[in-house]
Design a protein around this ligand. Structure first.
Ligand SMILES: [Zn+2]
Length: 409
């Protein structure tokens, strides 16, 4: 779709969203609009007027659910019109509840399909994943989006224990996925494969860099979280960043003090307004860093591209700079002895700005010489002075999904 035509569609969908906030009404969002002097939905004519709409953050949703349990005052539909419920992981307080109607799920499936098609995947391929499920809706979302796309999916359990990891590995040696497993727990599977004498290649396991990673700054902006838009975009692979599903979202990099967008290519707060959903979010600030590029892409897609710079709560503020955990992990990966069969480390969240960054890293063969090389790799990649503690393999806790890398002590 030509960018001008798509802008018309966005404007029309923004107007409908704001009209719904007043008509249903959606009290949390209506109050925010009225406090900003918008007391008539016609005052918001489209995307250009979104700068007038106050931002909403996760804590607003949490507070609303606490004040008016269990749903809060930010839903557009009766929850009983929805067909699926999921919660956030709750790592930062009481988990918030997300509900999806059939239509909302369909938007996610279609947006996910674009991403996989862009990556060269096609219906009829065998895919696999190890996402957790039940109240955490991520596994169900991925599984159903895979099925909608037409993959045959081998859903193995998250490798919480060595025994469970082995079940998944054995299954992959029987039904080998066409698309190798790629996830937060790849390292866990590699580690258990080594311990149980399973050849990772027989299980189709390999470390692969997804399309678009390593191009330009940050990472491709692929998601705005399950509570907002899980499959927001997909890595272009040719140019830096991810092409964004603009027909279903207005994605902005915003200066939170002014509410206005920062210049193209600069980091701002990732702010997403979902479009055409039954349960939408208006100017949702994910408290993550994003940069937007609007120049035409040589790949032929017409949508804007987004880069992701990390969650603010995951940024390490140390020695007068901010570093992303991914940068630190990249530095560790450059030291080969630390990477086989998996890389395991913990960072102590910095408290004093000038103190060295404290890291614990597992190494098969700890030595003072190796410790110095790790320190040098970190200094090279981030400019930060680190105090490195090398530990024997198996000393740090393991996780079947997202490992806890930043600890308080
Ligand atoms: Zn492109």
């Amino acid at each position: 779709m030509a960018p001008e035509r798509r802008r018309e569609l966005q404007d029309e969908r923004v107007r409908r969203l704001v009209a719904d906030v007043f008509a249903r009404p959606v009290p949390l969002l209506r109050r925010k609009l009225e406090d900003a002097g918008v007391d008539d939905p016609r005052a918001i004519g489209g995307v250009d007027d979104l700068a007038r709409v106050p931002l909403t953050v996760k804590q607003d949703l949490r507070d609303s659910e606490a004040a008016t349990p269990p749903w809060g005052e930010y839903r557009f539909t009766d929850p009983r019109e929805c067909v699926r419920l999921g919660t956030s992981t709750g790592t930062t307080g009481t988990p918030t509840i997300t509900v999806w109607t059939r239509h909302d799920l369909w938007i996610e499936y279609e947006a996910a399909a674009r991403t996989w098609w862009r990556m060269g995947h096609r219906p009829g391929m065998i895919a696999t994943h190890a996402h957790p499920a039940y109240l955490y809706a991520g596994g169900m979302m991925l599984q159903s989006a895979y099925e909608y796309f037409g993959f045959l999916t081998v859903w193995v359990p998250p490798p919480d224990t060595d025994e469970i990891a082995e079940q998944g590995l054995r299954m992959w040696t029987r039904v080998r996925p066409d698309i190798p497993f790629m996830g937060f727990s790849t390292g866990r599977f590699m580690e258990v494969a080594a311990a149980r004498g399973i050849d990772p290649a027989q299980a189709g396991l390999e470390f692969r860099v997804p399309p678009g990673f390593g191009l330009g700054k940050g990472m491709p902006l692929m998601t705005a979280g399950a509570e907002c838009f899980a499959y927001l975009g997909g890595g272009c692979g040719r140019s830096p960043g991810a092409h964004l599903a603009e027909d279903w979202a207005v994605v902005q990099a915003v200066d939170p003090t002014t509410g206005r967008e920062v210049p193209d290519g600069e980091w701002g707060d990732l702010v997403v307004t979902t479009l055409d959903r039954d349960n939408g979010l208006l100017r949702y600030d994910l408290e993550e860093a994003a940069a937007i590029v609007r120049e035409p892409c040589p790949c032929g897609e017409t949508t804007i591209r987004g880069m992701w710079g990390g969650r603010y709560k995951d940024l390490l503020h140390v020695q007068g700079t901010r570093i992303m955990l991914a940068e630190l992990e990249g530095a560790l990966r450059s030291v080969e002895e630390l990477t086989s069969p998996s890389i395991e480390y913990q960072v102590v969240r910095p408290r004093e700005d000038h103190a060295p960054l404290h890291l614990r890293v597992e190494a098969p063969d700890p030595s003072d010489q190796l410790r110095q090389r790790v320190r040098a790799a970190i200094a090279d990649a981030t400019g930060v002075t680190a105090e490195v503690e090398l530990l024997a393999r198996g000393a740090l806790p393991r996780s079947g999904y997202k490992a806890v890398r930043v600890v308080d002590t």
